[in-house]
Design a protein around this ligand. Structure first.
Ligand SMILES: [Mg+2]
Length: 254
């Protein structure tokens, strides 16, 4: 299955499940690399840095450089650098977002700002939400890393960044701009950087609402893999179908 030059792989539910690697995906990545293709890893997770994700993958037998890992935080910092250069930024988020902003020398403030960027923050509180809301009401651009309402943990589903973003949206009446999947912005950054043609790109993931729609919005081929949150039978009910249905990525190792 070496039709493509750029393989974009979702992480959770596709390459691993929490802290457990998915064997077939690890083998698939190794197979691509043996054949001279370096895949890209695309995640809505805004809390982790590229380096942290690189280490997590390495512990699972997936070796890649941080250039091939893109997060919604990287997309957000690129976007702010491109559209709001020199503006003051108020951040709600963790190390992943902090490092991404630092890498573009984006200066942050603790007070009212011209840009508000929100990513998951396990220490979010009323004061941070108030500063975000007041800034936005005073005209700040409103950027959010991703719209995921919930994400799975050992305890069950817990609120995701999309839920807190919704709170700020509800209070201000202003809609945010989302950077992560299903928006194609992360893929566009890589396409721009490496100059891929759309017919050479494929998005692979377990979640129709994020991964497959990202590929569809981008206008590239997609593969749904039945290893994560959304089962094949539920994807078959969708109006726009992925290009391929796979039980596991081992189907593509020939
Ligand atoms: Mg997933």
């Amino acid at each position: 299955m070496l039709h493509y030059k750029a393989y974009f792989l979702d992480l959770d539910g596709t390459v691993y499940k929490g802290s457990t690697p998915i064997k077939e995906a690890v083998e698939f990545v190794n197979y691509l690399q043996t054949n001279g293709v370096e895949p890209f890893f695309v995640t809505n997770n805004s809390s982790k840095t590229q380096k942290q994700l690189q280490e997590k993958l390495a512990n699972m037998g997936v070796h890649t450089d941080s250039e091939h890992i893109i997060t919604s935080s990287i997309a957000a910092s690129n976007y702010i650098d491109e559209h709001f250069k020199g503006k003051s930024v108020f951040m709600i988020g963790e190390k992943g977002l902090e490092d991404a902003l630092d890498s573009k020398q984006i200066k942050r403030t603790e007070g009212i700002a011209e840009v508000v960027v929100m990513g998951i923050d396990h220490h979010i509180n009323y004061e941070k939400l108030a500063t975000a809301c007041i800034s936005i009401r005073e005209g700040a651009a409103f950027i959010s890393t991703n719209s995921d309402h919930a994400f799975p943990t050992e305890r069950g589903l817990v609120p995701g960044n999309g839920a807190f973003t919704k709170l700020v949206e509800h209070s201000t009446g202003i809609e945010p701009m989302f950077m992560g999947k299903p928006q194609p912005y992360m893929l566009e950054i890589i396409q721009k950087k490496y100059g891929f043609d759309k017919e050479d790109m494929i998005m692979i993931g377990d979640n129709y609402q994020t991964d497959i729609l990202t590929g569809i919005h981008m206008g590239i081929h997609t593969a749904h893999v039945n290893s994560g949150v959304i089962r094949t039978e539920d994807v078959r009910n969708q109006l726009e179908q992925p290009t391929y249905f796979l039980e596991s990525l081992s189907e593509w190792i020939k």
